[in-house]
Each structure stands twice: as structure tokens, then as C-alpha cells.
Design a protein around this ligand. Structure first.
Ligand code: DGY
Length: 331
């Protein structure tokens, strides 16, 4: 009898991916809606060859030290800041992620936050619910125009490009971007201009963050950066919460240094209920739902399953974060 590889799946993911995994592996799925505590995760993965992890699971070297059989970590996310990639590579553990399929959904959410924050939609909704709407107010609820404004994209990858495309095509916005790489495509198709961060902060009406989180980008938006923005600026973060010094963002919003913010991510997640940020009228906060559409989450589950199975069977992962592991496998 052929033994199936043992796999731990740290949360229920869409059936389309789960079924594919179950067909190939002996699977334990963590059924709780909350993530397994770290100590439990370590224990669960200890005898496994494969792990399907979420962005809420910390996959560090200490965990890898107690999982000697582990061949692959398939992260159910495009971001992988929860995984110590260097430690995985050193141990020959493949790491997969889910790029591409969540680009549109995430860009849609970034745009949704932009327009909601600029036009004070949530504040207006609360005003209505509170029975404060008495009449049409010529000077009430004034927000910011979108058409013809300047959008600054920080991180012109797939999602940054998709956000810029929406704003350029729909609202004729001028696109500035800051990235270590030049985006020929954005420059050609959207007339985007690559600029240093200070220029982007000073000249943009809307600033949308799409960069990855690492030690260099942690808190790249702090008091100094908010001070450089226009007082009418709207700041959008749909990437990772720790890219922003949240206390500094709070001060900037409270003092009117910037106009508003739209966040799909916070630091920590969820924010504490007594976090003063939650009391501000000029911030819209969604609970990290940018990829939360049925089609997108299904597609993520499929890639996630394919990455896992490829890693278990010694194939190339369809979306491989650390392909350098392949050279190690050959040795
Ligand atoms: C990701 O994939 O990194 C998102 O944050 C969640 O889909």
C-alpha cells in the first residue's frame, strides 16, 4: 500500500482546493474559525510533510526545527511575510504563494476604500443611521474630487498596476509611482512616472500602498512621511498593516495633516477595540477582506493545492517563492 503524505491545513479553505489536497494526502484540517495557537501548530505539523498555512500562522525557524519531514509550506496568500523564507530555503523546504488570481479583487478593494474615504461614505452612513440627516446640506459632508487628480502608487507590482489602471482609465488620473524596479508597462500604458518617495508624497492627491512587508519597508509610513503629504491627501493601505506606524497615522488624521485614510489592513489585526483610530470619522477600516470574493478565494485554493502537491512530489511549484530550493534538491 502506498502511504499518502501527511499534511496539516491550518484552516478550512474552499472545497475546490481542499478536495484536491484530500485526494493526494492524508489530511488534518484545523476546523476552528480562529488560527491554531503557535504551540499547537508546531505540534500538529511535527510529523507532516506538507503544511497549508495562512497569513496568520507564524512559520519560523523554531517551527521548522521540530518538523524535520516538512517538504513544503503552501501559503494561502500572495504575501508571505509570515514565513521565514531564508530558514525554509536553508532547510530545503519549498514555499508557495498565490499570486495573480487576487490582483483584481485587491485592486477593487483599494479603489473602494479610496472612494469611500474621499467621499466620506461610511461617515455618511453612520450619520444616516444616527438620525442626524435632517435636510440637504450645501456645506455638509464635503469630500475630495477624484477626476483628473494624481495617484501615487507605492509598489508598482501586479496589484499596484491594476489599481493605477482603474484610476487612470476611469478617472483620468496622473500616475506617479515609487518602486525599486522600473515598470515599462505602467510607463507605456498609463503614462506613469517613476519618482522618489518624497516627490510622490508631496505631489499625490491619493496614495495607495502595494509593497511587500519586510525589514526595510516596516513603518515606511511614519510621522515624517504623513507631514510631507497634502492636507487633502487620502491614504490607502491594502497591503500589510506594519508598513504604517499606526500611531503616526492616527495623529495625522486627527490633526488634519491628511484628509482621510482607507485601510484593509491594520497593525495588529484586529485592532484593539479601544484603539483611538477606530473613533476617528475620517478613516474607513475593512477587516483584511481585499481578496474575499468567491471566485478569488476558490482560485487561491486551487493554486495553494497545486503548490502543495508539487512540493510533496518533487515537482516545480506553480508559484514558487524560493525556487533556489530546486538546486538543493538536486544535490
Ligand atoms: C494576501 O494574499 O497576501 C492577502 O493579504 C490576503 O489574501
Amino acid at each position: 500500500m502506498i502511504m499518502k503524505p501527511r499534511v496539516f491545513v491550518s484552516r478550512v479553505i474552499p472545497e475546490v482546493g481542499l478536495k484536491r489536497i484530500k485526494d493526494h494526502c492524508e489530511v488534518e484540517v484545523w476546523n476552528d474559525p480562529l488560527p491554531p495557537p503557535y504551540a499547537v501548530l508546531r505540534q500538529k505539523v511535527a510529523g507532516c510533510e506538507g503544511l497549508v498555512a495562512l497569513l496568520t500562522d507564524k512559520i519560523d525557524s523554531a517551527l521548522m526545527d521540530v518538523t524535520p519531514r516538512l517538504k513544503v509550506v503552501s501559503n494561502y496568500a500572495v504575501g508571505f511575510n509570515n514565513v521565514d523564507i531564508a530558514a525554509a530555503t536553508e532547510r530545503g523546504i519549498c514555499v508557495g504563494n498565490t499570486p495573480g488570481v487576487l490582483t483584481d479583487a485587491t485592486a477593487d478593494m483599494a479603489f473602494c476604500l479610496l472612494i469611500a474615504a474621499a467621499r466620506r461614505v461610511v461617515e455618511g452612513h453612520q450619520y444616516t443611521l444616527a438620525g442626524k440627516w435632517k435636510t440637504w446640506e450645501p456645506l455638509g459632508h464635503l469630500g475630495q474630487d477624484l477626476a483628473g487628480k494624481t495617484l501615487g502608487i507605492v509598489g508598482m507590482g501586479r496589484i499596484g498596476y491594476a489599481m493605477a489602471q482603474r484610476c487612470h482609465a476611469g478617472w483620468e488620473m496622473t500616475i506617479l509611482y515609487h518602486d525599486v524596479y522600473k515598470s515599462e508597462k505602467a510607463e507605456r500604458d498609463l503614462a506613469a512616472k517613476q519618482v522618489d518617495l518624497d516627490t510622490l508624497l508631496r505631489e499625490s492627491d491619493f496614495i495607495s500602498v502595494h509593497t511587500d512587508l519586510n525589514e526595510k519597508t516596516r513603518h515606511m509610513f511614519a510621522a515624517e512621511q504623513f507631514k510631507k503629504m497634502k492636507r487633502t491627501a487620502v491614504f490607502i493601505n491594502s497591503a500589510r498593516g506594519p508598513l504604517v506606524d499606526q500611531k503616526a497615522l492616527y495623529e495625522a488624521l486627527k490633526s488634519g495633516t491628511i484628509f482621510a485614510a482607507g485601510l484593509d489592513v491594520t497593525d495588529p489585526e484586529p485592532p484593539a477595540l479601544d484603539d483611538p483610530l477606530l473613533k476617528l470619522p475620517n478613516v474607513v477600516i475593512a477587516p483584511h477582506i481585499a481578496s474575499a470574493t468567491v471566485g478569488t478565494r476558490n482560485a487561491m485554493a486551487e493554486i495553494c493545492a497545486d503548490n502543495l502537491i508539487a512540493g510533496l512530489t518533487g515537482q516545480k511549484l506553480p508559484a514558487w517563492v524560493n525556487p533556489e530550493v530546486e538546486a538543493r534538491r538536486r544535490k
